[in-house]
Structure formats: structure tokens, C-alpha cells
Design a protein around this ligand. Sequence first.
Ligand SMILES: Cc1cc2nc3c(=O)[nH]c(=O)nc-3n(C[C@H](O)[C@H](O)[C@H](O)COP(=O)(O)O)c2cc1C
Length: 411
Amino acid sequence: MLTDPSPRVTDGRYFRSVLGNYPTGVAAITAVGQGGEPVGMIVGTFSSVSLDPPLVSFTPTKDSASFKALRESKSFCVNILGEQQEEICRALAVKGADDKFTSVRWRPADSGSPIIENSVAWIDCDFESITEAGDHYIVLGAVRDLAISKDSPDLPLLFFQGGYGRFSPHSRVMPAATDALEQIRFVDMARDHMESLAAELGMECSAVAPVENFLVRLASAGVPPNGGSPVRVGIRLPFEAPMGALLVAWADPATQDRWLDRGVPRENVKERDRHRDALERVRAKGWTITLFSEGFRSIDKRLENLAADGPTRQPDPHLSQLAASLNGPDAYERDEILSGETYQVRNVSAPVFDSEGNVVLYLTLFGFPVSTRGDRVLDIVARLVETASRVSDAISWAGLRKSIASAERRA
Ligand SMILES: Cc1cc2nc3c(=O)[nH]c(=O)nc-3n(C[C@H](O)[C@H](O)[C@H](O)COP(=O)(O)O)c2cc1C
């Protein structure tokens, strides 16, 4: 038997204010009305429901005039609005208006429903079902087609506690994976430092750690300038020569050999020696740099494709091939960066050590301008190395506190 709800539940304002603690994105549901005119409404209740079959949902209130017009159509399009589209959001949320699209630019999807220009992504659907649920309907849509808008480098618009907001450049950490718990603990100690550095430089700072034989990008802070998408966290990359050099540059020769075995055949003595020399220089210098090259462009393209699949359990074999074909030590080690020269920098990285001097992760900065003068590159590297060393200190202190606590428990 159902128990009577608490009086708090029947207080509509309180109900809303509690549920307003759950932030949402903002989607414009659009269709073509009976007279051929565009119709639409804003919802915060859009959700992905099922992959097989592909279904999505939203919940319009029963007294929505806009939904009345929308449901006359056989199909609708979900437009995920970007942070620059508050204006469009306001226009489509007006109650009872029939000229909502006057200043909205759009093109028809295959179904005819409007795809709003500069939306972050769109999902074209057929109405699958409309089910009553209290004073709302639950609408299921069968997805016909969908895409991320190429013309929009925007991040999504957010809605929280009755107000519009933006995705702020705080760090994102991958969801816990059982085989990476220790590494995530280290990354937690790095996050504040990564966020400050990313904000100060206006760049993106990510943390990569070894998990078994993979490199995993565990966290990232900040967003790249020039509107690029932030890097995806959770992706597993091949940890084999030449990838992940910083993690083995300070390791014992046996560990370095295993790393070389994974990337360079034993008989290729010359190439292995070149890597060993380069590792020694990395150790002397204390950081690495990669410049844009054909090889890295192919790797970045592949990473972009993989990102769409979300976190991966296995590294991608194609990515391993691309990594192996990188031009040996060129992939992480440049002899010298000259102040007066300009460079097309892909990223720079610096190691983070634990109290025993093992490299437990490395920090990488992305988002350099197309070409950067050497002196600026070196300034940025200095800030990165300083930050990595602060994180090393934090990790060492935490290790020390843990040992003291366990010694005290034993005493
Ligand atoms: C951020 C935001 C989220 C909204 N979410 C919903 C929703 O999930 N369901 C709904 O029925 N209305 C929602 N609305 C309200 C409608 O967009 C809109 O105000 C309404 O459809 C216009 O009223 P009308 O349809 O009666 O003309 C939302 C409005 C905003 C601004």
C-alpha cells in the first residue's frame, strides 16, 4: 500500500526547488506544423533512452500549446543548444507565441523538422509513443538520424536552479575503473593544480597514467582556446615506444626494455638504441614536447573517431600501428627549442613523481596557437614543470601522512 506523501511533496514550489538541484542541458524540440510553419518548444527533460532500438525521450507538460502543435507532426527534431544560444532558447520558450522562429535560422532534416543553425548536435526522430504521466506526457522518439554540428564549436548550454549556465573549465575525471583506482587517487591530488594552470594559461591540461599496459587519460582541466573540443577522458592509448616515454625515462633498464619490446622489435637494435639515448635526454631535460606532424595528425584524427565511442577497455590496434610508425625519438624529444624560432606545438608534458621517485603520471598541455615562438613555449614549459612538481610534493606528503598513520596504528 502506498503511504501518504510528506507535506513537502505536495508543496509545488518546494518540489521544484529540490528537483532544480539536478542540472540539465537545454534542447529545442522542433517540427513542421499543419500549415507548413516551424513549431517548437524548449525542454530540459530530453534524455537518451535506448541504443537498441535507438530511442530518446522528453516530457512536455499536458497544457503546453507548443506540444499540441508538435504532436500533429509524425516526426520531430531535438536540437541540443549551445552556450551562445540563450537568445534562441528564450524565443522558443515564450508561452503561446506563434512567431517563435522569426529570428531563428534553420534548415530541414530528412524528416522536414527544423535543424537549428549552430546547435551543438541534432537528433531527428519519429514519434514512437506518447504516454500520460501525471500532468505531463512521456514522449518516446525513434531516432532516424543524428549528428554533431560541424559548424558549431560551442559547448552546450546548461540549466540549473532556474538559471542558464555554462560548462566551466573545471576538471573532468573519468568514472572509476576498478583497475585504475590508485591512479585516480593520484589524479585527485592533481586536479586543483591542473585547473589553476589551465585557467592561467587559457589552455587544456590533462593527466595521463599507466594502467597495466595502457596509457589512460584519466582527467582533463580547462577547454582548449579557439573553440576546439576538450580531450576525451577515459581513452586507453598504447603504452609502447614511442608513446609514454616520460613514464619510463626514470625507470630501471628492465622496465625500459619491456616498453621498447612493446613498440620496437628486438632485432631493430639501432632504433632501440636511439630510443634509449632519447630517454636519457628526456631525463636530463625533465619534460617532453611533440610538434604537429603528419603522423600525429593521423593519430589525432583516430582519437577523435574513438572519442565518439566513449571510454574504452582495450586500446585500439589501429592507434598502435599509427603510434609505431611515428618517427622514433622525434615523437617526444626535440634537441632544443630556440627562443627566436617559431614552432607548431601539439603538446608539452612533464612528469609527476611519488615519494620513491617513480613517475606515476604525467601532465600534458594542449591548445597552443598555430605557431608559437620558442621563448613563449619555454615559458609555458616552465609553468607546467613547476605545476607537476607541486603535484609530486602533494603526492609525497600524502604518502608520508599515510605511513605515519599506519605506524601510529601499529604502535
Ligand atoms: C530551460 C527550460 C526547460 C524547459 N523544460 C520543459 C520541459 O521539460 N517540459 C515542458 O513541458 N516545458 C518545459 N519548458 C517550458 C517550455 O519550453 C515553454 O515555456 C513552453 O512550451 C511554452 O509554452 P506553450 O507550449 O504553452 O506555448 C522549459 C523551459 C525552459 C526555459
